[in-house]
Ligand binder design. Sequence first.
Ligand code: SF4
Length: 412
Amino acid sequence: MNESLVGQVDYQPPSGSGSQNLKEFRSAGRGFWSHIPDADWNDWRWQMKNRITKLDQLLKYLPTLTPEEYSGTLLANTKLAMGITPYFFNLIDPSDENCPIRRQVIPRIEETNTAAWEMSDPCGEDSHSPVEGLVHRYPDRVLFLVTDRCASYCRYCTRSRLVSNATGYDFHPEYDKQIAYIAAHPEIRDVLLSGGDPLLLSDEKLENLLSRLRAIPHVEFLRIGTRIPIFLPQRITPELTAMLRKFHPLFMSVHSNHPRELTTEVRDALGRLADAGIPLGNQSVLLKDVNDTPEVMKAHVQKLLMCRVKPYYIYQCDLISGSAHLRASVRQGLEIMEQLRGHTTGYGVPQYVIDAPGGGGKVPINPDYILKRDGERIIIRNFEGQVFEYPEAPDGSPEVSSPRFDVAVEGR
Ligand code: SF4
């Protein structure tokens, strides 16, 4: 263990956060770590060093571990490592076996069940990878994988084959080769840094990487995909934001799934990023018993707006091996979209997508608002179910220039 438990035995963790008003901003608090000096607690490297990574630590901090969690944690290091920052651990409600925070980061034995249609690389990234660590799936943009490390590991991670290196994937990105590929392809105008989590790099390493990408004339736009502001808000230091603001236009996609993740610490960290001029979007994954109700998702998107973050995507959970216990249905996703569109601020309505299995890219999934369409009119309904007719401009045809397709599904 990284840290002694002496002096912490009297701590009684808070319970009942499940009944918390979902819109309320609360601090994660100090929990078992109240004896730690503020300077350490607020230091992101201390948080990383003191992550909960082993069963004995977890049992001491969370004696209410279920048999499924106990067995899952024993096996975690052969599939996707466990790693929970003390900060994020404090959001877990120990009295609630179905705590939505707990379900995201504590391994369960169900992760060892694999259905026939599940995959280790559900988005087909490896087959679109011209050099290690670079995914060139869409014409004008690339995904640049920076590291295989994250602050905490999400049990449904699409890249669990790679992150944490529990399966021996042995990921070794070579920045020189990745950058050389981008420089040699003038069609690439947008680079998304992801991983693993790019914000785990030191400020110096990240600045060096961003500088090299900015020096490529055809790279117009940089993005960072990160869950650090949620797992480790202490990492969003004034020094980091001062460095990042040199590389505009630089956007950031954060990843929060539940309103309880949006604490006062997270709100402050997101505020620092927004103050540095970084446009912030959020990507949520639709997860069973985490955020699969309209009530939870509506509170979440509204709270994101209060944190100056635009809800960007809701992802249908990818078909990653061992994730069936965390996958909500598409029906539930559509129901959530139905209850968001028109019922809350338009800026708060994300796009619901399925990343098409095997590497088809993101496909938008929407409730049907078009009831009928011909060359002369379109019949639509609004969020209240009222029906309207809109006259079509006279271009003579109901056809649009979408690609043609055959309705044939292979493989099932
Ligand atoms: S932070 Fe992102 S890359 Fe890391 S485990 Fe979670 S989903 Fe995967």
